[in-house]
Design a binder for this molecule. Structure first.
Ligand code: ZN
Length: 291
């Protein structure tokens, strides 16, 4: 139990690779332009894809024919930021390549931006990592937990200063985790119905909020944690519990307290890592592609 999910074929994108591929702001800007318009920029004035050239001292490209201007960062997290693009890329790289997360304090030390700026950049990168969630099917584990708060406080359900989170994981598949106001049946049941197809098999523990969920069509198998049973054949919630331990280990190492308001951003980051754990592309490039 509680093994880290294996990262198998994923390529590494080292700090050397970063220096080589993204040596300066202009190269970063060009990457964003090519990422947004892989077939070339369609000029709205000329009404076709035209050649564009970079203006020397501004982060924009002009149409060769009519001089119409395009700002590749418009509408992205980089827009109107006083922080150079190269620094943004470096921060994204550091966030992506540290498996257990990195603190704003470390970013402040290593890149020279202020703590406030580093913190704001974190939040924006995490916003990018929020994924749209297709409905879960097949064998699905559902579990609720509490995250954050005082480290040595009361533990378990209802612990003070902690934030309730519901998680769903499809076996051999994706995870989703959402901060919720509580773990009452009136919260959990609508969450399950919204995100899990009624033909799925649900695996949960014996927490009462899951009682009578079969009314909605689900097959429901429960593990008796209170009787110290953790695995009974296929009946267990180990996948979602492994995910919780990853999140908790990451958060306790980096953040001493997590406010409810920002917990979702952290959850987004861990969910993203988990869901892409077997991708071949490096985590840095996966992060960048979200822009
Ligand atoms: Zn034009």
């Amino acid at each position: 139990m509680n093994k880290m999910p294996k990262i198998q074929r994923m390529r590494k994108f080292t700090i050397k690779d970063l220096d080589k591929r993204f040596p300066n702001d202009n190269v970063c800007l060009e990457w964003i332009k090519n990422h947004r318009w892989p077939q070339g920029i369609e000029c709205p004035v000329c009404q076709k894809v035209t050649k564009h050239h970079k203006l020397t001292n501004r982060p924009c490209y002009n149409c060769d024919y009519c001089n119409h201007q395009v700002y590749p960062t418009a509408g992205t997290i980089f827009h109107k930021s006083a922080t150079p693009l190269r620094t943004w890329f470096e921060v994204i790289h550091r966030m992506a390549s540290t498996r257990c997360g990195i603190s704003a304090k470390q970013i402040e030390r290593e890149t020279g931006v202020t703590y406030k700026t580093a913190w704001r950049m974190f939040k924006q990168v995490r916003t990018l990592l929020g994924e749209t969630n297709p409905v879960f099917t097949g064998e699905v584990e559902v579990d609720e937990t509490y995250i954050g708060g005082v480290r040595h406080g009361k533990r378990g359900r209802g612990a003070e200063g902690k934030v309730a989170v519901i998680g769903i994981v499809q076996r051999q598949g994706r995870v989703m985790a959402t901060a919720v106001p509580d773990v009452k049946r009136s919260t959990i049941v609508p969450f399950v119905i919204k995100n899990i197809s009624p033909d799925a098999v649900l695996y949960t523990d014996e927490f009462p909020s899951y009682d009578h969920i079969t009314r909605f069509g689900y097959k429901h198998k429960r593990i008796q944690h209170s009787a110290k049973v953790y695995v009974a054949g296929q009946i267990h919630t180990n996948n979602i519990e492994n995910f919780w331990s990853l999140v908790k280990r990451g958060i306790s190492g980096v953040y001493h307290a997590v406010s409810p308001k920002y917990l979702q951003f952290y959850l987004n980051e861990y969910t993203f890592r988990y869901n892409h754990r077997n991708d071949e592309t490096s985590m840095f490039e996966l992060f960048l592609n979200q822009i």
